[in-house]
Structure formats: C-alpha cells, structure tokens
Design a protein around this ligand. Sequence first.
Ligand code: FES
Length: 117
Amino acid sequence: MAEIVSKSDCKPVSELLNLGIVDELKKQPIHCIEDHYQFVLIYQQGEFFLLDNLCPHKAAALCDGDLKGFEIQCPWHRAKFDIRTGRGLSPLAGAGVKSWPLTIEEGCLMADLSAAD
Ligand code: FES
C-alpha cells in the first residue's frame, strides 16, 4: 500500500490544496492523498499527476494500483487509466477519472481545485 504523505511543513494557500513538499513527494511514484476527498498523486518521468483516487467501476483505490509508464491499473479488476489525463483505457475504466491541475509554490506541490464540481 502506498504511504500517506505528511504535508505539515507546507503552509496552506487559499483555493489550492497543499499536497506536500516537492522533494519529499518525488521519493516514491504513488501517494494516496486524503483531504475531504481522495486523490492519487503520481510522480512519473519527472512530472507529477493528480487524479481522483476511486475507480469508477467499483471504487477501488487507484493509489494501490500498479503503475506502468503513463498507465495506472486498478488493483481490483485491472481497469487502466492514462495518468496524464485520467482517461479510461479499458472497458471497466469507463470515461476515466478526473485529472487536476498542479502548481509548485515555494517548493510545495499544490492542486488547483477551483474546477471542482
Ligand atoms: S474496481 Fe477498478 S476495475 Fe473494478
């Protein structure tokens, strides 16, 4: 299971969700993020990607899935998603999961949740 990260060293910024210190987040490829909502944070090939964590099929946590290149595979029934867009790549993935924009502020990774429904 992926580690839940600490973000206590990063100050909160209005309208942005603080995901943690960039250098710390780079130490592993997949993080489970919980902050009123569940996300999977992926660090792959020098870039971060943030997606909704729950698989649209039966709500497995994608942060417990397998990462291969720019694909993450659901741990339960192997639905595949493109980590760059959240787009579903197999029938059980349906239309996929939401992808969130990220920014770096003073060494901390921030998610812009202003586009939340
Ligand atoms: S719960 Fe993800 S494929 Fe079934």
